[in-house]
Design a protein around this ligand. Structure first.
Ligand code: AMP
Length: 447
């Protein structure tokens, strides 16, 4: 079977099916149950190479199916009899590590004796050491914690035959690159290495040149999320009417799964409390919560036990949930790019989504910036069944020329479009989702 190398045409519809790959029956059964039939372009482009022990550079963003792209070949080749670590995946955040771990466990559902263990900072290292001591063939972790465990001799990589760097550019921008290099130095020389990254800045290219052996490079441009697939609405209200309006929207829309974005941690908690008082099944997710509570909220939301999440941008980073049907902007973000990033949480993998923004008069300039950036038309939200809404268009002459689709799935990474825009702004700003936790902290007082 000839496998494409280099750019993959994202428009192709005749993609391979999982049964076309050399995957074993237990994995195929799990994929069938998960509803995976056709491979996504990044999966089609990389799985076969990885199964054949080749190193791979996969240029793909969140939402493209990259987790299965590297995890299926890992699982396929695990020896369940051996209890040593046979593969390690490094991720920039604990949220992503947990997400990758969950995905791996769901793919490995019918593989007996295969254990996938997450290790990450902000949680007691003792528990993770105990868990590792019981045996784990696949470890998914953040670089700092992995290095710590290596230094303590509690994680041993001499039998690791595969190392995956997931979201390598994020690891770079979060300052973990030296840890990543140190971990690579301590893993076996003859290992297979796969590097996945949305963008390939010079430092990541250098890393790939130094650490990977004749890698096949596969890049896909994002296809699964486009703002066109997302129905955007706005509703203008007085500031004090915002909580009431969210309540109204939730009652009218009855979303299966919604994220309500609030700008500050305090505002986020208050809104969640208020919505709960009004009878909604809702949880808050923000940086003032302990890591344990954040993890349990994410798990409950991912498993659809909690349909409504009120979250800040920073806390919801790395939360990639394909079933989100609604994004509600309780506050508009200061940065129009963050809006695009937020609404990209819905409409994943070809599904339709709805984004509703609640806007006050004072937020109008922010709305204009969003309209200008996206070139979109945003009709006014009205309850389902009500007369046709009014459309709001930008108060500008011409929309800025950008490929919106690029910005949507970036999860805060640099795209050529973003880079060129930033260049025009004199390099002043970083992509908002790129910023670290200080934003949450700073925002408390802004509420
Ligand atoms: P990822 O980019 O790996 O985070 O995947 C994004 C979402 O797409 C996840 O919810 C996956 O479960 C889903 N997904 C990945 N690959 C496929 C596929 N081939 N068919 C259907 N859903 C998929």
């Amino acid at each position: 079977m000839a496998r494409p190398q280099g750019p993959v045409d994202p428009e192709r519809t005749n993609l391979l099916r999982f049964h076309d790959f050399d995957l074993s029956e237990p994995i195929l059964r799990a994929l069938d149950e998960l509803g995976y039939e056709q491979a996504t372009p990044i999966q089609e482009g990389t799985i076969e190479h990885l199964l054949r022990d080749r190193d791979v550079v996969g240029q793909a963003q969140t939402g493209t199916g990259k987790t299965a792209a590297f995890m299926l070949p890992i699982l396929e080749r695990i020896d369940p009899e051996a209890k040593d670590v046979q593969a390690i995946v490094l991720c920039p955040t604990r949220e992503l590590a947990l997400q990758v771990c969950d995905a791996a466990r769901s793919f490995a559902k019918y593989l007996d004796g295969v254990d996938v263990v997450p290790v990450y900072g902000g949680a007691p290292i003792r528990d993770q050491i105990d868990r590792l001591a019981r045996g784990a063939q696949v470890v998914v972790g953040t670089p700092g914690r992995v290095l710590d465990l290596l230094n303590r001799g509690k994680l041993l990589l001499m039998d690791a035959r595969m190392v995956v760097l997931d979201e390598a550019d994020e690891m770079l921008s979060m300052g973990f690159i030296d840890d990543v290099r140190a971990i690579l130095k301590r893993s076996p020389w003859g290992r297979q290495t796969a590097l996945f990254s949305a963008t390939l800045p010079a430092e990541i290219r250098r890393l790939a040149e130094e650490e990977l052996h004749s890698p096949r490079t596969v890049s896909v441009t994002p296809e699964v999320v486009t703002v066109e697939k997302i129905e955007q609405r706005m509703i203008e209200v007085a500031p004090n009417d915002k909580p009431e309006t969210v309540d109204r929207i939730l009652r009218a829309e009855k979303p299966k799964s919604a994220i309500v974005f609030a700008r500050t941690k305090l505002g986020c908690q208050r809104l969640a409390d208020e919505l709960e008082r009004k009878g909604h099944r809702v949880r808050a997710l923000h940086g003032d919560m302990s890591q344990g509570s954040r993890d349990s909220v994410m798990i409950a939301f991912r498993a659809s036990r909690v349909p409504i999440l009120v979250a800040t941008d920073v806390a919801s980073r790395g939360l990639d949930v394909s079933h989100v049907t609604h994004v509600i902007n309780y506050d508009l973000p200061d940065d129009a790019e963050v809006y695009v990033h937020r609404i990209g949480r819905t409409g994943r993998v070809g599904r339709d989504g709805k984004a509703i923004s609640i806007v006050t008069r004072r937020e109008r300039p922010k709305l204009d910036a969003i309209l200008k950036l996206t070139g979109a038309r945003i009709p006014e939200w009205t309850a389902p069944g009500a007369p046709e809404p009014v459309t709001v268009v930008a108060d500008v002459t011409e929309p800025e020329q950008i490929a919106v689709v690029e910005a949507v799935t970036t999860d805060g990474v640099e795209t050529p479009a973003r880079k060129s825009r930033r260049g025009r702004r004199g390099g002043r700003r970083r992509g908002a989702a790129e910023r670290s936790g200080e934003q949450d902290a700073a925002a408390v007082t802004a509420d």
